[in-house]
Design a protein around this ligand. Structure first.
Ligand code: HEM
Length: 320
């Protein structure tokens, strides 16, 4: 398969960067789980949790300064695992950065990308503390989410630059140009949709705070016009995902683009289904988690496809 040639015989840097991408993606899932289960304040302090480096499993073991009423073992450990995986991502990014030294001269963009990921993850670690200290202010959660998605894409960009010499795809000049244009527009549309989505989430949190006794299934009714904008905009995402699929099949045979387009289409359709589940089934927490996770996936895949399209050469031959 066309994509396989990019993953064969990887160097230590390339393997580490790939693992880092996978664990960062997992962290976005866990972060969504923390939010959907309301476990964000499972640890009321930061970086420690109830004043300890390893939180207790029983309220009786809490330090005296803390109220046992405040303790919920599930939420505390959910938030604690989130922090542990966050630390793991931090170390993996540090390793990626250290291993990127060997590229400083040959491919400086690899070193630049790894340095940017390191700076972003340090900022994200600090921001995580601020999010907790702000009492989970919704605007802060949005920034935290945006930075997580940014880190993921910076890592994809960095890894891609380390394997770009393997890419020998070519396609017609017109097909290549149309694909690049479509992918740029698709990415912009997805980013705007992610921003609208986080506005829906912020509006939902405001409704939750303003009407404490209100049933969960009735929250959506009070969200206002941003919900309609977010729903309608997903059709635009779908239109460009279909166009990407069409162009990839037509001009990108022998390249990974048809596969990446198929993944983008499937993710878009699934995202719309999950969106409908959120609206019509009273915001099930599982749908919240996957809706956020797939949104992160939907930024990464077309971005990777764009990098491949930009790297391909205009020409008649199709080669993997
Ligand atoms: C097709 C592309 C779509 C993308 C990329 C997308 C993306 C997002 C994102 C990033 C969020 C914020 C999640 C968070 O911060 O945790 C969100 C929230 C939301 N979206 Fe979408 N969305 C899409 C389609 C839809 C559709 C079609 C609907 C409804 C029919 C919908 C309904 C919602 C709702 C109700 C929320 C708030 C959920 C929450 O608070 O967790 N979305 N969306």
């Amino acid at each position: 398969m066309a994509l396989r040639s990019l993953f064969k015989g990887l160097t230590l840097f390339q393997k580490t960067a790939l693992v880092t991408i996978a664990v960062t993606f997992l962290l976005i899932f866990i972060g969504g789980l923390v939010r959907a289960t309301g476990a964000g304040l499972g640890c009321p302090d930061w970086p420690k949790c109830f004043g300890l480096w390893i939180p207790p499993t029983n309220a009786a073991d809490l330090p005296e300064a803390y109220d046992p009423e405040q303790f919920n073992v599930f939420k505390t450990w959910m938030e604690y695992v989130n922090r542990l995986v966050g630390v793991l991502v931090g170390f993996l990014i540090l390793l990626t950065f250290v291993f990127s030294f060997r590229y400083v001269r040959r491919i400086p963009s690899v070193f630049i990308g790894a340095s940017a990921a390191l700076l972003l993850v340090l900022y994200q670690g600090w921001l995580g503390g601020q999010v907790v200290q702000s009492g989970l202010q919704s605007g802060m959660i949005t920034i935290h989410m945006v930075i997580a998605v940014l880190i993921l894409n910076v890592l994809v960009w960095t890894w891609f630059h380390s394997v770009k010499d393997r890419i020998r795809y070519s396609m017609s000049a017109r097909g290549r140009r149309n694909l690049i244009l479509t992918l740029v527009v698709l990415l912009i549309v997805i980013i705007v949709q992610v921003i609208f989505g986080s506005q829906v989430r912020e509006a939902l949190e405001m409704v939750k705070a303003a009407y404490p006794g209100l049933e969960r299934s009735l929250w959506m009714e009070r969200v206002g016009s941003i919900d309609m904008i977010h729903r309608s905009f997903s059709w635009l995402v779908l239109v460009f995902a279909v166009l990407f699929q069409y162009l990839a099949l037509r001009h990108g045979s022998g390249t990974p683009l048809p596969l990446l387009a198929g993944l983008t289409m499937a993710a878009t359709l699934l995202q719309m289904l999950l969106g409908a589940a959120l609206v019509y089934l009273g915001i099930p927490p599982a749908a919240q988690v996957f809706h956020l996770w797939i949104a992160a996936f939907m930024t990464g895949v077309p971005f990777f496809a764009l990098l491949i399209a930009l790297r391909s050469r205009p020409g008649p031959a199709y080669r993997a």
